[in-house]
Design a protein around this ligand. Sequence first.
Ligand code: CAA
Length: 384
Amino acid sequence: MDFALTDEQELIRRTAREFTDREVIPAAKVNSRNHHFDLDLVRKIADQGYLGAIIPKEYGGAGLDYQTYGIVVEEVGRGDSAMRTVISVQTSLVCSTILKFGTEEQKQKYLPRLCSGEMLGCFGLTEPDTGSDAANQKTRATKVDGGWRINGAKMWISLGNHAGVALVFAQTDPEKKHKGVACFLVDTDQDGFQPSPIEGKMGLWGSDTAQIALDDVFAPDDAVLGEVGQGFKVAMTALDSGRYSVAAGCVGICQGCLEESVKYAKEREQFGRPIASFQLVQQMIANMRVKTDAARLLVMRAGYLKDMGLPNTTETSIAKYFATEASVWCANEAIQVHGGAGYVDDHIVERHFRDVRVTTLYEGTSQIQQLIIGRAETGINALA
Ligand code: CAA
């Protein structure tokens, strides 16, 4: 067992850390205040190679393994969850899914443009009435000459207002239940594809989140990703990658909250000495460190299994569950260490506190992760 990073991984971490400190963090504060989805910053992230991190170089990606991808995502997540979400959706949910299930033509058509950031992609699984029960797709795909007509609605879709291609999941035959679901690579540049921004979010103000009406959207036969009836498996496979990425980003939030809390506690004086010298403050810091380490190790294990090509759904859910809950906890504790100062956006922990809350909800709630883990342990499907 080797916990040390390779020289290359150390370099990639340092580069991602410097990039995050220089480009991401200063912009994130302004973007969050202005509720601005910063496409210039997305372009810079793409130029770093982060949008196609795990995609082979022959398709325009960076060709990294999962463990190294996790390092990059952690560093960006330390700075800004809105931009980390862009990486997670584009790289894990969209690119890695096209890589795994796409035909050679589909890979050539989309991956180079997605990896370079010329085009964004989104993942259209969730619907207004279909969240955790993802197999229960209300969106319908009907066979027509040369392709499919898709009607329905999608909800909470990251990058949905800016995507050039959407992975749209739809039911082709309700009697077949999850075995009737198909995934379509939908061209968003058509009248029936109607995204609109979701306003009033608690956090992630610098990210793009859409609801999408699908009104007779057309997808040609060669736009089916995988096979008709394989769509649910496509979605679950995508989420195995997406959940890993969310978990890695949350390790970054834990780490960021820890670092900021240590720094502030050493600067801030009360009762004539730095608050870092008080046992109760050290207790908060110690617990943040423990949770950060534990989350990172769980993410490393899931990444290792992915790199080895071994089954990893349960370990990915463990990492996602633990890291997201740990980051919510760390952000809350970090505010406590900062006191009133942590309640305004002069300190990054204020933004982390708002942005982190969604991570135990999206890409599968903590309860769904626990049911996946519980099923693996007991062999009993609580949802059957
Ligand atoms: N990989 C491959 N196949 C898988 C799989 C996986 N990880 N998990 C399940 N499958 C397959 C099963 O093998 C099974 O296949 P067969 O029919 O051939 O036997 C099939 O899928 C059905 O599996 P289940 O019986 O486990 O399905 P289920 O209906 O009980 O659902 C669930 C399981 C875990 C609850 C699943 O529905 C789920 O993960 N729900 C949460 C959905 C979710 O995470 N949504 C977030 C959307 S993305 C997002 O947040 C938006 C964004 O933009 C960020």
